[in-house]
Design a protein around this ligand. Structure first.
Ligand code: KG4
Ligand code: ZN
Length: 339
């Protein structure tokens, strides 16, 4: 029962971004995010601080999304929220808000899977971008997940490979921490890498079979390389910052691309999409775009829909709405959530 121009409020609070968006049909009218800078100095997201900040931010963010969309409360016909996976205390804030909102407005509630929403962000209406057709492969790379997903419909997706230890974003952030960067350091590695030589340093590559990923060996290899070099030269990091960033970035990206190549070969599916925070990485985008030469069709989301945002939650909610998959008031947040 697809309602073409249905207006949905999307709410995202799974980690350290509080976000609200208004979707009309498949168009985004507004997408407002409050990022919590409070975690920077702790080297990672502090769950207690995150849930407290979500509580403070959620109403102002929703109000701004409604205002920027140029609609009123009464125009909203359904509310979609991130049920999981993520930090429980953070998810509970968005879940409780969405439930109360749905109850007060007497509108349907749509419980969204955060990682599926990252993938479904590709279906947000955007005249500039062509949308993937089914089936396609999606490399979902975030701070908590690294997966190769076979997407057969808006609702049918299966995981072909996943990380057995750290996620790609975690690998970026942990390496960045070794270089003394604030959390999340992934974007800073990307920034300094632009000025560095990616072939200056080489780190060990994982030897893992199939389509699964592993980043813990790389992490150890980076740690030991830096530690050994610092014994000779205490200023090693400062003097080699850009080259270290470029070399680390090249290693992580080549691990991701090698498994994607394997997945394309194995499935015969040559439409490849990117999703999740790490898809903002410029080297990953560049290398993947280069694969068009190998006859791949490549889909990279708009920058603002790569990292956590409520626009993707709203569009994922629309597909649930269209299939009649509504949540009840008994729904609860899930730190771990089945696919
Ligand atoms: O999807 P996301 O916003 O949040 C999670 O659901 O985890 O992903 C955040 C991750 C962080 O690890 C962050 O360092 C990484 O995405 N990230 C990047 C870049 N932008 C964000 N990593 C490398 N290069 C970037 N440009
Ligand atoms: Zn995410």
């Amino acid at each position: 029962m697809a309602v073409n121009n249905i207006i949905i409020l999307g709410i995202e609070s799974s980690c350290d971004d509080t976000s609200a968006a208004i979707l009309a049909g498949t168009k985004i009218l507004s997408n407002v995010t409050a990022t919590q800078l409070i975690h920077e100095r702790y080297g990672g997201v502090v769950p207690e601080l995150a849930s407290r900040a979500h509580q403070e931010n959620i109403l102002p963010v929703v109000e701004r999304a409604i205002e920027e969309a140029g609609i009123t409360l009464k125009d909203i016909q359904a509310v979609a929220f991130t049920q999981g996976p993520g930090l429980l205390g953070s998810l509970v804030v968005g879940t409780s808000f969405a439930k109360a909102f749905a109850l007060a407005q007497n509108i349907p509630l749509l419980a969204v899977h955060h990682m599926k929403a990252h993938i479904l962000a590709h279906f947000i209406d955007d005249m500039e971008k062509e949308k993937p057709t089914f089936p396609f492969l999606c490399l979902t790379v975030s701070g908590g997940h690294t997966q190769i997903v076979l997407v057969e419909s808006h609702l049918k997706m299966s995981i072909l490979g996943k990380t057995i230890d750290d996620a790609a974003g975690e690998a970026f952030d942990k390496a960045a921490k070794m270089l003394g960067f604030y959390y999340p350091g992934g974007p800073l590695i990307d920034k300094f890498a632009q000025l560095g030589n990616p072939d200056k340093f080489t780190f060990s590559k994982p030897r893992i079979q199939g389509l699964d990923f592993s980043f813990s060996g790389l992490k150890t290899s980076i740690l030991y390389s830096i530690r050994d070099a610092q014994k000779e030269n205490p200023n090693f990091i400062e003097e080699n910052r850009n080259d270290l960033c470029a070399s680390i970035q090249k290693s992580i990206v080549s691990i991701l691309i090698q498994k994607l190549e394997q997945a394309v070969q194995q499935t015969g599916v040559n439409q490849v999409a990117l999703a999740g925070g790490v898809s903002a990485n410029s080297e990953l985008r560049k290398v993947l775009n280069g694969k068009k030469m190998d006859d791949w069709k490549v889909f990279i989301p708009k920058f603002e829909y790569c990292t956590d945002n409520a626009a993707m939650i709203a569009i994922a909610g629309k597909f649930l709405f269209d299939s009649g998959d509504f949540a009840t008031q008994a729904v609860s947040a899930k730190a771990r959530m089945d696919w």
